[in-house]
Design a binder for this molecule. Structure first.
Ligand code: GDP
Ligand code: IMO
Ligand code: MG
Length: 428
């Protein structure tokens, strides 16, 4: 089983960090392929809790080589501070590999992200303010700065000047902000160059060789399917491709090399930031999910919007990612409800719709059609096998599996590494 993709099946924060960490000890490489430090992946090992933003969750497994692929956008200040934070806690980060083709987030990208959101006012996306969108925009506009540019000073100066010539016009004339000095940016970037150099590598070559040698490579998605710039709820999305195809472009590995695609799926639904969310709850059930599930953003500290499980979204994730398996997380959070509503289809303009509508306006008008499933009250956090679960919890999982279109191969019953029920091995 040489190459697997592990990605978010909803709007992010499904528990990708925990799932990646769980497999980390058995895989040779864990690769981030898109996004940047907009991600917040929580890993709980024993009594230690780690919040990872840019680094792959495999960094906590000593046998695993963590890789930041070409599709990731890298804020060098964040990279170095995340590394030193882990080093202070005794984590060895020396094996990290960083693609020389990854694009850099600079201070002008974070500035543009923040002023654009302010300018949009109530139409804002609710970004994390980490400069993600503007950095990807520069990449596509062919005025981005890449990691490798740090090692050719004259090219770096030319590129930063070219990027700022245009941006400073916008900042000064449209947003009434002071122009950013290219020389200062270059100086700041060069100050990071030596510290980052030991990690820079031709990651595409290394990963392809590893797969050819039968090594196990795990691609860890950031964000989630519905935040994908092509397949998500555009424009309320992030600026990259968290979906499975993103692993190929974001790591330089062909689709024929990928054997398995695992969707991480929360037993209910959450979303941070603006945009449509058919099953969102505004009542005490929503508040209870938020409180019991500790649904607060790891990156921004914002409360997450909460709602019931949406099978239409799960089916869509199966389709656009070609999912082979689901990892169902946070089942324990649902303990205590007498009945649990599950959205099985939408009503749009009086009609029942089974598949996610491609039209943004239709999706905004979608009303959930719920089926009620019986709940359970027994503590499930100690369950080790599927049969340890109460009958109604088993039935809930089976119903979700049937509606979602791929087998549920693991179930999370708590945040810790060991609080997991493994049904089918991901690595066989
Ligand atoms: P990610 O961005 O997909 O990695 O997810 P986050 O770390 O942002 O959010 C998931 C949260 O749920 C974290 O606080 C995890 O520790 C926690 N978590 C993951 N799996 C489970 C689970 O099965 N049960 C419970 N109770 N918490 C979980
Ligand atoms: P993980 O990897 C949840 C959301 C933001 C905003 C939108 C665009 O932890 O699941 P951006 O800063 O990316 O331009 O913001 O995307 N968003 C996330 N929501 N989990 C994440 O990451 C997210 N990363 C970005 O809230 O709505
Ligand atoms: Mg998160």
């Amino acid at each position: 089983m040489p190459a697997l993709v592990l990605l978010g099946a909803q709007w992010g924060d499904e528990g990708k960090g925990k799932a990646t960490d769980l497999l980390g000890g058995s895989v040779d490489y864990v690769v981030r392929y898109q996004g940047g430090n907009n991600a917040g992946h929580t890993v709980v090992v024993g009594d230690q809790k780690y919040a990872l933003h840019l680094l792959p969750s495999g960094i906590l497994s000593p046998e695993c080589t963590p890789v930041i692929g070409n599709g990731v956008v890298v804020d060098p200040a964040v990279l170095l501070s995340e590394l030193s934070g882990l080093n202070e806690r005794g984590v060895d980060t020396s094996k990290l590999l960083l693609s020389g083709n990854a694009h850099l987030i600079t201070p002008y990208h974070t500035t543009v992200d923040k002023v654009t959101e302010r300018f949009l006012g109530k139409r804002k996306i609710g970004t994390t303010g980490r400069g993600i969108g503007p950095t990807y925009a520069d990449k596509i506009n062919r005025v981005g700065i890449r990691v490798q540019d740090l090692y050719d000073e004259s090219i770096l100066i030319q590129k930063v000047e070219a990027a700022l010539d245009f941006k400073n016009q916008i900042l000064a004339k449209l947003y009434n902000r002071r122009a950013i000095d290219a020389g200062k940016i270059v100086e700041e970037l060069l100050a990071y160059a030596d510290q980052i150099k030991p990690y820079v590598a031709d990651t595409t070559l290394i990963l392809n060789n590893a797969i050819d040698e039968g090594k196990v490579v795990l691609f860890e998605g950031g964000q989630g399917t519905l935040l994908d710039v092509d397949h998500g709820t555009y424009p309320f999305v992030t600026s990259s491709n968290p979906t499975a195809g993103g692993a190929c472009t974001g790591a330089g590995v062909g689709p024929t090399k990928i054997n398995r695609v695992i969707g991480i799926l929360k037993a209910y639904t959450t979303r941070v930031g603006a945009g449509p969310f058919p099953t969102e709850l505004f009542d005490e059930d929503g508040e209870a999910l938020r409180t019991i599930g500790h649904e607060r953003g790891v990156t921004t500290g914002r409360d997450r919007r909460c709602g019931w499980f949406d099978a239409v979204i799960a089916r869509y994730a199966t389709r656009v990612n070609g999912l082979t398996d689901f990892f169902l997380t946070k089942l324990d959070v649902l303990t205590g409800w007498e009945q649990i509503p599950v959205c099985v289809a939408y009503e749009i303009d009086g009609k029942r719709v089974e598949e996610l509508p491609y039209s943004q306006s239709d999706f905004h008008h979608a009303k959930p059609i719920y089926e009620m499933l019986p709940g359970w009250s027994e503590d499930i956090t100690k369950a080790k096998t599927f049969s340890d679960l109460p009958k109604n919890a088993q039935a809930y999982v089976k119903a979700l599996e049937e509606m979602s279109g791929a087998p549920i191969s693991a179930i999370g019953v708590g945040p810790g590494r060991t609080e997991t029920i493994e049904i089918n091995s991901f690595l066989s």
